[in-house]
Design a protein. Structure first.
Length: 383
């Protein structure tokens, strides 16, 4: 018993020392070169204002609103047979599941928290829902990733389809392991509140969740810049290391790093399924009142990423829509291309004109006409 206590004590002490050294090293780097963390925080702030807030905030308000006014119960009754049959969850969860697929990463967590607080689902059911209801919405994948970052709408559509399909597969398998999904801890009927009150409360809740989300994005963007500075100090300037670090920590920076380093489209699908530790911590903060396994949650995020990458690979082959990220980067993002693409086009057109004038074309009809004319002239004189 004493040996077990000593081992536990030394493990805890070693963990505390590592945490202390990590925090102290970050503080030293920030004090020596504050511009590193400042530029990273500025990048994160730009992501929030240009991408996250416009695309996610309305869905976050809607997700909370439909639960508070009781609309989710009416929608869920229509989809109750499908929800029970596929996911083994109560009918009250149907609307929240749909919103999690179209609203973005924190939307599902907000809906799960509302259902749990209203005693419509148990803590085990909430854990089951959180295993597969962590999805990037179409506004983020199609608009931010597809159109703005990778400049390929078809690629964004394929990634979104694979993203949702892999989430559905996770939901179906989770329903097989959570057999008591249709039971409920408390049968208290929640009374809907007036629409005006519900709208105000939903807006406040979404604003708090959005502030929490943006804070994490800014913080992790600053951390990424500091980590890259540490890599440069130890001459670890490999693009693979930087891409892996970006994907593991923050999904937006990870997707941009993938495209900037000309990596495959499947890796973008994995990054969106994994979601990044930044999203994980945001969901942990939102669902702090729910007792669920963080280890299962993180494990399912990795499975979600792998399934998304596999499905994306086969969809790209099936639809013959594999996008060359090298070409996309060269045309849309490269500073070199911005200066020389117009001059190169003019040069190519000029060379084509020279080529056309330098080649002698022969009309086969004209050759046959001349040949027949000479034959007739020869036959005439022979006669």
């Amino acid at each position: 018993m004493y040996r077990i206590f000593c081992n536990f004590y030394f493990i805890k002490l070693f963990k505390n020392i590592l945490e202390f050294l990590f925090i102290v090293s970050l503080c030293i780097i920030i004090l020596i070169n504050p511009q590193v963390s400042a530029s990273g925080a500025k990048t994160g702030l730009i992501f929030c204002t240009n991408i996250l807030i416009p695309s996610l905030f309305p869905f976050m308000v809607l997700s909370s609103l439909i639960v508070k006014i009781g609309l989710s119960d009416k929608i869920s009754k229509l989809l109750a047979p499908i929800t029970k049959a596929i996911f083994n969850l109560p009918e009250s969860s149907a609307a929240t599941i749909i919103l999690s697929f179209i609203g973005g990463y924190p939307t599902g967590a907000i809906g799960v928290k509302e259902l749990f607080l209203q005693k419509k689902i148990t803590s085990k059911q909430a854990e089951q829902m959180l295993l597969f209801m962590v999805c990037a919405g179409p506004a983020f994948i199609l608009s931010a990733i597809g159109a703005q970052i990778s400049s390929s709408k078809s690629t964004g559509i394929i990634i979104f389809i694979s993203h949702i399909l892999s989430a559905l597969i996770l939901g179906i398998f989770s329903g097989l392991f959570y057999k008591d999904g249709t039971s409920c801890e408390n049968k208290i009927i929640y009374q809907p509140i007036p629409f005006s009150t519900a709208l105000v409360n939903s807006c406040l809740n979404a604003a708090m969740a959005m502030f929490n989300m943006c804070s994490f994005v800014i913080l992790f963007s600053a951390f990424l810049n500091i980590i890259f500075k540490i890599f440069d100090f130890f001459y670890l300037q490999s693009s693979i290391i930087k891409v892996v670090a970006s994907v593991l920590l923050e999904v937006t920076n990870g997707c941009i790093a993938i495209i900037n380093n000309h990596a495959s489209t499947e890796l973008i699908a994995f990054a969106l399924g994994w979601a990044g530790l930044c999203i994980h911590f945001q969901i942990f903060a939102i669902t702090n009142s729910i007792n669920f396994s963080k280890l299962k949650f993180i494990f399912c995020r990795a499975i979600h990423g792998v399934l998304s990458a596999i499905i994306t690979h086969f969809l790209l082959i099936a639809f013959s829509a594999r996008t060359s990220l090298d070409v996309i980067k060269l045309i849309y993002s490269s500073n070199l291309a911005e200066g020389y693409v117009s001059k190169g086009s003019i040069a190519i057109i000029f060379l084509c004109i020279i080529f056309l004038f330098s080649v002698k074309f022969k009309n086969p009809r004209s050759d046959n006409f001349e040949r027949n004319k000479k034959r007739k002239f020869k036959n005439f004189f022979q006669k």
